[in-house]
Design a protein. Structure first.
Length: 319
Protein backbone atom coordinates (compact mmCIF):
# COMPACT_ATOMS: atom_id res chain seq x y z
CA UNK A 1 0.00 0.00 0.00
CA UNK A 2 1.37 3.41 -0.96
CA UNK A 3 1.65 6.40 1.34
CA UNK A 4 -1.23 8.03 -0.54
CA UNK A 5 -3.43 4.97 0.00
CA UNK A 6 -2.62 5.09 3.73
CA UNK A 7 -3.58 8.76 3.77
CA UNK A 8 -6.92 8.06 2.11
CA UNK A 9 -7.49 5.18 4.53
CA UNK A 10 -6.91 7.45 7.54
CA UNK A 11 -9.13 10.14 6.07
CA UNK A 12 -11.96 7.65 5.62
CA UNK A 13 -11.51 6.26 9.13
CA UNK A 14 -11.52 9.77 10.62
CA UNK A 15 -14.74 10.67 8.80
CA UNK A 16 -16.44 7.65 10.37
CA UNK A 17 -14.90 8.02 13.84
CA UNK A 18 -14.57 11.74 14.56
CA UNK A 19 -17.86 13.63 15.12
CA UNK A 20 -18.91 16.20 12.52
CA UNK A 21 -17.52 19.64 13.31
CA UNK A 22 -14.74 18.33 15.55
CA UNK A 23 -11.59 20.46 15.62
CA UNK A 24 -8.37 19.60 17.37
CA UNK A 25 -8.56 22.79 19.42
CA UNK A 26 -12.22 22.32 20.33
CA UNK A 27 -11.52 19.46 22.70
CA UNK A 28 -8.18 20.78 23.91
CA UNK A 29 -4.68 19.55 23.22
CA UNK A 30 -5.05 16.58 25.58
CA UNK A 31 -8.11 15.33 23.71
CA UNK A 32 -6.19 15.65 20.44
CA UNK A 33 -3.31 13.59 21.80
CA UNK A 34 -5.76 10.96 23.03
CA UNK A 35 -7.31 10.74 19.56
CA UNK A 36 -3.89 10.41 17.94
CA UNK A 37 -3.11 7.64 20.40
CA UNK A 38 -6.15 5.73 19.12
CA UNK A 39 -5.47 6.42 15.43
CA UNK A 40 -1.84 5.30 15.51
CA UNK A 41 -3.05 1.71 15.65
CA UNK A 42 -4.44 2.20 12.13
CA UNK A 43 -1.57 4.11 10.51
CA UNK A 44 2.01 5.33 11.03
CA UNK A 45 2.34 7.84 13.89
CA UNK A 46 4.15 10.37 11.67
CA UNK A 47 1.22 10.50 9.23
CA UNK A 48 -1.38 10.77 11.97
CA UNK A 49 0.48 13.62 13.69
CA UNK A 50 0.83 15.37 10.35
CA UNK A 51 -2.93 15.09 9.77
CA UNK A 52 -3.55 16.93 13.07
CA UNK A 53 -0.66 19.36 12.55
CA UNK A 54 0.99 18.14 15.76
CA UNK A 55 4.79 17.59 16.02
CA UNK A 56 5.64 13.97 16.80
CA UNK A 57 8.00 15.14 19.55
CA UNK A 58 5.10 16.78 21.38
CA UNK A 59 3.03 13.61 21.10
CA UNK A 60 5.86 11.45 22.47
CA UNK A 61 6.29 13.93 25.34
CA UNK A 62 2.57 13.48 26.09
CA UNK A 63 3.00 9.70 26.23
CA UNK A 64 5.97 10.06 28.61
CA UNK A 65 4.02 12.35 30.96
CA UNK A 66 1.06 10.00 30.83
CA UNK A 67 3.23 7.17 32.14
CA UNK A 68 4.75 9.30 34.92
CA UNK A 69 3.30 8.53 38.37
CA UNK A 70 1.93 11.63 40.11
CA UNK A 71 3.37 10.96 43.57
CA UNK A 72 1.92 14.15 45.06
CA UNK A 73 -1.60 13.25 43.98
CA UNK A 74 -1.21 9.70 45.31
CA UNK A 75 -0.04 11.06 48.67
CA UNK A 76 -2.95 13.51 48.85
CA UNK A 77 -5.42 10.77 47.97
CA UNK A 78 -3.94 8.54 50.67
CA UNK A 79 -4.19 11.31 53.27
CA UNK A 80 -7.76 11.99 52.18
CA UNK A 81 -8.67 8.33 52.69
CA UNK A 82 -7.18 8.42 56.20
CA UNK A 83 -9.11 11.55 57.20
CA UNK A 84 -12.31 10.18 55.67
CA UNK A 85 -11.93 6.92 57.58
CA UNK A 86 -11.21 8.85 60.78
CA UNK A 87 -14.51 10.69 60.30
CA UNK A 88 -16.31 7.34 59.89
CA UNK A 89 -17.23 8.15 56.28
CA UNK A 90 -19.03 11.37 57.26
CA UNK A 91 -16.71 14.19 56.14
CA UNK A 92 -17.68 15.95 52.92
CA UNK A 93 -15.48 17.90 50.52
CA UNK A 94 -15.67 21.12 52.55
CA UNK A 95 -14.65 19.42 55.81
CA UNK A 96 -11.89 17.40 54.14
CA UNK A 97 -10.53 20.54 52.47
CA UNK A 98 -10.28 22.25 55.88
CA UNK A 99 -8.61 19.19 57.39
CA UNK A 100 -6.07 18.97 54.55
CA UNK A 101 -5.26 22.67 54.83
CA UNK A 102 -4.81 22.27 58.57
CA UNK A 103 -2.14 19.67 57.76
CA UNK A 104 -0.37 22.11 55.45
CA UNK A 105 -1.68 21.04 52.03
CA UNK A 106 -2.44 23.80 49.52
CA UNK A 107 -5.65 22.36 48.15
CA UNK A 108 -9.07 23.58 47.04
CA UNK A 109 -12.51 22.06 47.27
CA UNK A 110 -12.65 21.24 43.54
CA UNK A 111 -9.50 19.11 43.78
CA UNK A 112 -10.78 17.44 46.96
CA UNK A 113 -13.95 16.48 45.12
CA UNK A 114 -11.93 14.96 42.28
CA UNK A 115 -9.71 13.05 44.71
CA UNK A 116 -12.80 11.76 46.54
CA UNK A 117 -14.24 10.61 43.23
CA UNK A 118 -10.98 8.86 42.31
CA UNK A 119 -10.86 7.14 45.70
CA UNK A 120 -14.56 6.23 45.66
CA UNK A 121 -15.32 8.22 48.83
CA UNK A 122 -18.99 9.16 49.33
CA UNK A 123 -20.01 11.16 52.41
CA UNK A 124 -22.97 9.84 54.40
CA UNK A 125 -24.67 13.16 55.15
CA UNK A 126 -28.39 13.19 56.00
CA UNK A 127 -31.00 15.16 54.14
CA UNK A 128 -32.97 18.15 55.37
CA UNK A 129 -35.03 17.84 58.52
CA UNK A 130 -38.35 19.62 59.05
CA UNK A 131 -39.04 20.95 62.53
CA UNK A 132 -42.37 21.78 64.13
CA UNK A 133 -43.63 25.36 64.19
CA UNK A 134 -43.67 27.36 67.45
CA UNK A 135 -46.98 27.56 69.31
CA UNK A 136 -46.53 29.06 72.76
CA UNK A 137 -43.88 30.18 75.24
CA UNK A 138 -43.45 29.18 78.87
CA UNK A 139 -44.18 32.43 80.76
CA UNK A 140 -42.08 31.78 83.91
CA UNK A 141 -38.90 30.93 81.87
CA UNK A 142 -38.84 33.20 78.78
CA UNK A 143 -36.80 32.69 75.63
CA UNK A 144 -34.08 35.21 76.48
CA UNK A 145 -31.68 33.86 73.84
CA UNK A 146 -34.20 34.57 71.03
CA UNK A 147 -32.00 32.77 68.45
CA UNK A 148 -29.06 35.14 68.99
CA UNK A 149 -26.59 32.34 68.35
CA UNK A 150 -23.58 34.53 67.51
CA UNK A 151 -21.77 35.06 70.82
CA UNK A 152 -18.63 37.19 71.09
CA UNK A 153 -16.90 35.62 74.11
CA UNK A 154 -16.64 32.17 75.77
CA UNK A 155 -18.83 31.39 78.80
CA UNK A 156 -21.50 33.92 77.86
CA UNK A 157 -24.17 31.54 76.53
CA UNK A 158 -24.40 27.77 76.98
CA UNK A 159 -27.01 25.47 75.42
CA UNK A 160 -28.12 22.07 76.68
CA UNK A 161 -30.24 19.20 75.43
CA UNK A 162 -30.83 15.45 75.85
CA UNK A 163 -30.96 12.71 73.21
CA UNK A 164 -31.12 8.91 73.21
CA UNK A 165 -28.51 6.26 72.31
CA UNK A 166 -28.97 2.49 71.90
CA UNK A 167 -26.46 0.57 74.04
CA UNK A 168 -26.44 -2.83 75.73
CA UNK A 169 -29.82 -3.82 74.28
CA UNK A 170 -31.74 -0.80 75.62
CA UNK A 171 -32.05 2.96 75.32
CA UNK A 172 -29.70 5.22 77.26
CA UNK A 173 -29.71 8.99 77.38
CA UNK A 174 -27.05 11.56 76.59
CA UNK A 175 -27.05 15.13 77.92
CA UNK A 176 -24.61 17.67 76.50
CA UNK A 177 -23.70 21.31 77.07
CA UNK A 178 -22.43 23.54 74.24
CA UNK A 179 -20.67 26.90 74.49
CA UNK A 180 -22.17 29.00 71.70
CA UNK A 181 -19.04 31.14 71.19
CA UNK A 182 -17.27 28.55 68.99
CA UNK A 183 -19.77 25.66 69.38
CA UNK A 184 -17.41 23.80 71.73
CA UNK A 185 -18.78 20.90 73.78
CA UNK A 186 -17.99 21.74 77.40
CA UNK A 187 -19.93 19.06 79.29
CA UNK A 188 -21.78 15.79 78.83
CA UNK A 189 -23.22 12.86 80.80
CA UNK A 190 -24.95 9.53 80.11
CA UNK A 191 -27.52 7.59 82.12
CA UNK A 192 -30.25 4.99 81.75
CA UNK A 193 -32.78 7.59 82.93
CA UNK A 194 -33.59 10.91 81.22
CA UNK A 195 -34.07 12.72 84.55
CA UNK A 196 -32.95 16.01 86.07
CA UNK A 197 -29.89 14.37 87.60
CA UNK A 198 -28.58 13.60 84.10
CA UNK A 199 -28.92 17.25 83.03
CA UNK A 200 -27.27 18.39 86.28
CA UNK A 201 -24.26 16.08 85.76
CA UNK A 202 -23.63 17.52 82.28
CA UNK A 203 -23.98 21.07 83.66
CA UNK A 204 -21.66 20.30 86.58
CA UNK A 205 -18.97 18.95 84.23
CA UNK A 206 -19.20 22.09 82.10
CA UNK A 207 -19.08 24.34 85.16
CA UNK A 208 -15.94 22.66 86.54
CA UNK A 209 -14.13 22.38 83.21
CA UNK A 210 -14.71 26.03 82.34
CA UNK A 211 -13.33 27.37 85.64
CA UNK A 212 -16.63 27.96 87.48
CA UNK A 213 -17.83 31.02 85.48
CA UNK A 214 -20.74 33.16 86.65
CA UNK A 215 -23.25 35.19 84.69
CA UNK A 216 -23.73 32.52 82.01
CA UNK A 217 -27.03 32.39 80.14
CA UNK A 218 -28.11 28.73 79.97
CA UNK A 219 -30.58 27.93 77.18
CA UNK A 220 -32.49 24.67 76.60
CA UNK A 221 -35.78 23.34 75.29
CA UNK A 222 -38.81 22.94 77.57
CA UNK A 223 -37.90 19.45 78.73
CA UNK A 224 -39.04 18.57 82.23
CA UNK A 225 -35.41 17.95 83.25
CA UNK A 226 -34.48 21.59 82.66
CA UNK A 227 -37.66 22.94 84.25
CA UNK A 228 -37.28 20.84 87.41
CA UNK A 229 -36.64 22.43 90.78
CA UNK A 230 -33.35 20.57 91.22
CA UNK A 231 -31.91 21.84 87.93
CA UNK A 232 -33.10 25.41 88.47
CA UNK A 233 -31.60 25.42 91.96
CA UNK A 234 -28.27 24.32 90.49
CA UNK A 235 -28.40 27.19 88.00
CA UNK A 236 -29.11 29.56 90.88
CA UNK A 237 -26.14 28.18 92.82
CA UNK A 238 -23.88 28.71 89.80
CA UNK A 239 -25.28 32.26 89.33
CA UNK A 240 -26.60 31.47 85.86
CA UNK A 241 -29.67 32.86 84.09
CA UNK A 242 -32.10 30.42 82.48
CA UNK A 243 -33.65 30.69 79.03
CA UNK A 244 -36.02 28.24 77.35
CA UNK A 245 -37.16 27.65 73.78
CA UNK A 246 -40.77 28.17 72.81
CA UNK A 247 -42.79 25.01 72.99
CA UNK A 248 -42.45 22.76 69.92
CA UNK A 249 -39.85 24.97 68.22
CA UNK A 250 -36.55 23.11 67.85
CA UNK A 251 -35.02 25.98 65.86
CA UNK A 252 -34.81 27.97 69.11
CA UNK A 253 -32.12 25.50 70.20
CA UNK A 254 -30.72 24.82 66.71
CA UNK A 255 -27.00 24.53 67.69
CA UNK A 256 -27.80 21.61 70.01
CA UNK A 257 -29.99 19.97 67.40
CA UNK A 258 -27.14 20.22 64.92
CA UNK A 259 -24.63 18.76 67.38
CA UNK A 260 -26.79 15.68 68.00
CA UNK A 261 -27.55 15.38 64.30
CA UNK A 262 -23.82 15.31 63.55
CA UNK A 263 -23.20 12.76 66.30
CA UNK A 264 -25.87 10.39 65.04
CA UNK A 265 -25.23 10.75 61.31
CA UNK A 266 -21.43 10.80 61.48
CA UNK A 267 -20.43 8.66 64.43
CA UNK A 268 -22.93 6.37 66.16
CA UNK A 269 -22.98 2.75 64.86
CA UNK A 270 -26.14 1.85 62.95
CA UNK A 271 -26.83 -1.07 65.33
CA UNK A 272 -25.86 0.79 68.50
CA UNK A 273 -23.26 -0.20 71.09
CA UNK A 274 -22.69 -3.54 72.80
CA UNK A 275 -22.53 -1.94 76.26
CA UNK A 276 -22.96 1.37 78.04
CA UNK A 277 -19.23 1.40 78.84
CA UNK A 278 -18.37 1.16 75.13
CA UNK A 279 -20.89 3.90 74.31
CA UNK A 280 -19.46 6.27 76.92
CA UNK A 281 -15.89 5.74 75.74
CA UNK A 282 -16.73 6.25 72.06
CA UNK A 283 -19.07 9.21 72.55
CA UNK A 284 -16.58 10.88 74.89
CA UNK A 285 -13.91 10.61 72.19
CA UNK A 286 -16.22 12.13 69.58
CA UNK A 287 -17.45 15.05 71.69
CA UNK A 288 -14.31 16.05 73.60
CA UNK A 289 -11.64 15.09 71.07
CA UNK A 290 -12.80 14.67 67.48
CA UNK A 291 -15.63 17.24 67.47
CA UNK A 292 -13.82 19.85 69.58
CA UNK A 293 -10.28 19.50 68.20
CA UNK A 294 -10.36 17.89 64.74
CA UNK A 295 -13.70 18.27 63.00
CA UNK A 296 -13.93 21.51 60.97
CA UNK A 297 -16.91 23.65 61.93
CA UNK A 298 -18.61 25.94 59.43
CA UNK A 299 -19.42 28.47 62.17
CA UNK A 300 -15.67 29.00 62.66
CA UNK A 301 -14.74 29.15 58.96
CA UNK A 302 -13.64 25.53 58.98
CA UNK A 303 -11.69 25.69 62.27
CA UNK A 304 -12.52 23.13 65.00
CA UNK A 305 -14.24 24.72 68.05
CA UNK A 306 -11.40 24.25 70.56
CA UNK A 307 -8.80 25.65 68.14
CA UNK A 308 -11.09 28.56 67.27
CA UNK A 309 -11.06 29.62 70.93
CA UNK A 310 -7.26 29.90 70.72
CA UNK A 311 -7.53 31.85 67.44
CA UNK A 312 -10.55 34.10 68.07
CA UNK A 313 -9.61 36.51 65.27
CA UNK A 314 -10.35 33.74 62.73
CA UNK A 315 -13.90 33.10 63.93
CA UNK A 316 -16.42 34.53 61.50
CA UNK A 317 -19.54 34.31 63.62
CA UNK A 318 -21.35 32.94 60.57
CA UNK A 319 -23.41 29.81 61.20
Amino acid sequence: MSLLDVGYSIAGWMEQTIPLGYGSLDGGRVHTYALIDRLREQAPITLVCCAFDVPTSCFYDYLARKRTINRERIQQRSELRRLFKESRDSAGSRALMSMMRELGYQIGRFKVRNLMKEAGLVSKQPGAHRYQVARSERPDIPNLLAREFDVQQPNQVWCGDITYVWAGGRWHYLAAVLDLHTRRVVGWAMSDKPDAELAIKALEMAYQQRGCPSGVLFHSDQGSQYGSRAFRQRLWRYRMTQSMSRRGNCWDNAPMERLFRSLKSEWLPAMGYMSLREAKRDISYYLMDYYNWRRPHQHNDGIPPAKAEVRPNQVSGFS
